[in-house]
Design a protein around this ligand. Structure first.
Ligand code: CP3
Length: 359
């Protein structure tokens, strides 16, 4: 970590002491920033923005130019992997992501293969390398992927879903086929994340955004098991440095202890669980990342600051906290409130550390 000017985020993920609590925000580069909307317009579309390493690099850096964030996250999307598997990703205006060829037939499922990250996904590796150069050691770069279960949801449903009818039908009538999808996807995710690490990602995060729609038994069988497989396949070190991993299951608070046991360095929490209680449940087994409700950013600045302090105080004086939102930042967020949040996290956590030392 010697070449990094600010390695607070990596140290917190490894549960080492830090002078203050590091902060970054899920979806920190996005539509709440007018400069993002401007670059996206120039790119022509969201997908073209993802597929241009130069423009992906430009938008990755935009939130860092405005705010004192402690990490950058690769600008891309979790759905680039199924796109590279041949499903044909597109974004219908105002409707979110869609696939031209969702997985519906047994023969399509049997023909699924893990893409070579250096062929179909080389544009992502180029973006990672370009962002690393542009960051010039200022803060670490996070790489990411969707979890096998969350990717399978989109691949089988063909887009976002309210009820997960198609994938749950598959889970309960042809679990063998779903396990095949998850197995191939887990292999794809491992290769994809390891390629990001080799291209320059200094930490990696796995987004299991839809794990929380499952029953506990189904979560273990269709999501957690494959998360564990992914974590087991990741490079733990690259270029002489530890590469910490973060697993985030939205709605996973009720299974926190099981999630903390799969081998990742950190667990991401949504806003539903008190982070102090989460800390008590996991002890010092993993670092915790979270967990302010993103809707708090719609409130007046003094409320934003007060709620951020509450999360920090709930976590308490232990090492191993990375401050974040409990899910992605909304496109309707006032940009000035993000500054209030980031600065409050830094100031309050510094002051709390100092008060702790003087006791
Ligand atoms: O955090 C970051 O700044 C990195 C960028 C990032 C994006 N998507 C950019 C994006 C990351 C980490 C993701 C992950 C992602 N993508 C997830 C997992 C995290 C989560 O939110 O649970 C999921 C489920 C997706 C799939 C996806 N991509 C959806 C459902 C949508 C549409 C929803 C929306 O907000 O419009 C996207 C599009 C998308 N991905 C946008 C961005 C900035 C908005 C696209 C635009 O500019 O129009």
């Amino acid at each position: 970590m010697s070449r990094l000017k600010n390695d607070t985020f990596l140290r917190a993920l490894l549960r080492q002491p830090t002078d203050y609590t590091p902060v970054w925000l899920m979806r920190q580069a996005g539509r709440y920033l007018p400069e993002y909307c401007e670059t996206r317009k120039r790119a022509g579309s969201f997908l073209q923005l993802c597929k241009s390493p130069a423009l992906a690099c430009e938008v990755t850096l935009q939130p860092l130019a405005r705010y004192d964030l402690d990490a950058a996250i690769l600008f891309s999307d979790i759905l680039t992997v199924p796109d590279a598997m041949g499903l044909g990703l597109y974004f219908a205006e105002g409707e979110g992501p869609r696939f031209e060829r969702p997985l519906r037939d047994e023969w399509e499922i049997r023909n699924l293969t893990a893409p070579d990250p250096h062929v179909e996904l080389q544009y992502v590796m180029d973006a990672v390398a370009e962002i690393r150069r542009a960051l010039d050691g200022s803060v670490p770069l996070i790489g990411f992927s969707g979890s096998p279960w969350t990717l399978a949801c989109y691949m089988v449903e063909g887009g976002s879903s309210d009820d997960y009818r198609r994938i749950k039908t598959l889970a309960y009538s042809r679990p063998d086929l779903l396990h095949h999808i998850l197995d191939v996807t887990a292999q794809a995710v491992v290769k994809y994340l390891n390629a990001q690490i080799e291209a320059g990602a200094q930490a990696v995060m796995v987004f299991d955004s839809w794990g929380g729609v499952l029953s506990e038994a189904a979560y273990r069988e269709f999501s957690l098991r494959y998360l564990q497989q992914v974590i087991a396949g990741l490079r733990r070190e690259y270029d002489g440095h530890r590469v910490p991993s973060i697993v985030f299951t939205k709605g996973g608070g009720i299974w926190l202890e099981s999630i903390a046991a799969i081998g990742s360095d950190a667990v991401g929490l949504d806003w539903t669980m008190d982070i102090g209680r989460a800390r008590e449940l996991v002890g010092d087994k993993v670092a915790l990342q979270g967990n302010l409700d993103p809707s708090i950013l719609f409130a007046p600045p003094e409320v934003v600051a007060g709620e951020a302090r509450k999360v920090l105080d709930a976590y308490g004086p232990h090492a191993g906290h990375v401050f974040n939102l409990g899910h992605g930042i909304s496109q309707y967020t006032p940009p000035d409130n993000v500054r209030v949040l980031v600065d409050t996290v830094h100031e309050h956590s510094r002051a709390s550390r100092a008060a702790q030392e003087n006791r």
